[in-house]
Design a protein around this ligand. Structure first.
Ligand SMILES: [Zn+2]
Ligand SMILES: [Zn+2]
Length: 353
């Protein structure tokens, strides 16, 4: 009798603990009453897992199908929620996609044209057959350690990147640890004047003249190659110096990055920049199209890639969504553009003349 009671107790407690385990596995949980944060995290996880599947099956392309558009708008929906940057499911989505992209950047051999990766926010990496160029590399959201990309991870990106161009001082673009690591590796860092002025790294950073009138040279000592660059004197608002870079790869392709360009007076040089320089790809902050497609008409690039979507430290109204790119950039075939999600890559092939 004693024995059977003991067996019964053991059985009951096993059942209870199995039940408890089922309850703690969020993927099998069947109701979320009383746990709003848990519910929203799980909803984000389910949504972003479908997003991942849809993006892999439908990579970036000039012609987007319905599944891809829905995946991008689903990202907007998950991320337009006040606490999005604190949700573990959102953090895992970014971390996994960026880890995957960095692995690809290190291993993918580029035979022709250029492969372009978009990482968090406005970080872009351009790899050509001879060089790998980084723009606005940073480690995530300053002050949110659980969102940040680890130093080990970003160092593995720096290890395979030859040069860093930083557009302006804001923390979603500029990261002095990243710049210092490039410089430790004897790789050039280019910024506007004044950024990190009080830090030891300042004397090692290059500050080419901000002018549309000159092609300047940046030497890559490890590669024994030169890059030709134009440092356009852009601004964010009236006062923030924002370098808009045109960077020529040794193969002669030209890649432009606008940082957070937004200043009407700069249209003076934007309107005519395409007369002087032939630009292959421009990576724009998504709100800098200027009414009437004036930015595209000025730069006349062969391809536009909008960036800076869903910066999670921005308030929701300025957390630029993918869906607004369809409104802003439209569908005029004379201004082709490609929409990219974080972690994706796009192979740019120079079109036949
Ligand atoms: Zn900014
Ligand atoms: Zn920004």
């Amino acid at each position: 009798m004693k024995n059977s009671i003991f067996v019964l107790i053991v059985l009951m407690s096993t059942c209870l603990s199995v039940q408890a385990q089922v309850k703690t596995d969020p993927d099998r949980k069947t109701d979320w009453w009383g746990d709003i944060d848990g519910f929203l995290n799980q909803q984000a996880k389910v949504s972003l897992s479908l997003v991942n599947e849809a993006l892999i099956a439908n990579p970036p392309s000039l012609q987007e199908n319905m599944a891809r558009k829905m995946a991008l708008v689903m990202i907007d929906n998950v991320l337009h929620e006040e606490k999005a940057q604190h949700r573990p499911a959102v953090q895992a989505f970014y971390r996994e996609r960026i880890e995957n992209a960095i692995r690809e950047i290190g291993t993918l051999q580029v035979e022709s044209g250029a492969v372009i990766w978009k990482l968090y926010n406005h970080t872009f990496i351009v790899k050509t057959p001879s060089v790998t160029i980084g723009f606005d590399i940073q480690r995530g959201i300053p002050g949110n350690e659980s969102f940040a990309f680890s130093k080990d991870l970003i160092k593995s990106l720096i290890d395979v990147t030859d040069v860093l161009f930083v557009t302006h001082y804001h923390g979603d673009h500029a990261d002095d640890w990243v710049a210092g690591t490039f410089i430790e590796q004897n790789k050039p860092v280019i910024t506007p004047p004044g950024l990190w002025e009080k830090l030891p790294v300042y004397k090692s950073v290059l500050h080419p003249e901000r002018t549309v009138d000159k092609l300047q040279t940046v030497n890559l000592p490890l590669k024994k190659k030169d890059l030709k660059v134009v440092v356009c004197p852009g601004h964010q608002g009236n006062n923030i110096l924002n370098n808009v870079y045109l960077v020529y790869s040794p193969e002669g392709m030209c890649f432009a990055h606008t940082g957070d360009q937004s200043n009407t007076e700069d249209l003076n040089w934007i309107d005519t920049i395409g007369d002087r320089y032939k630009i292959d790809v421009i990576m724009i902050n998504s709100w800098s199209y200027y009414p009437g497609m004036r930015l595209a008409k000025g730069f006349r690039p062969r391809l536009i890639i909008p960036g800076h979507e869903n910066e999670l430290n921005h308030t929701i109204d300025h957390r630029e969504p993918y869906w607004l790119n369809y409104v802003r950039l439209g569908d005029d075939p004379s201004f082709p553009w490609v929409q990219m999600a974080t972690g994706e890559r796009f192979h740019y092939i120079i079109p036949a003349e």
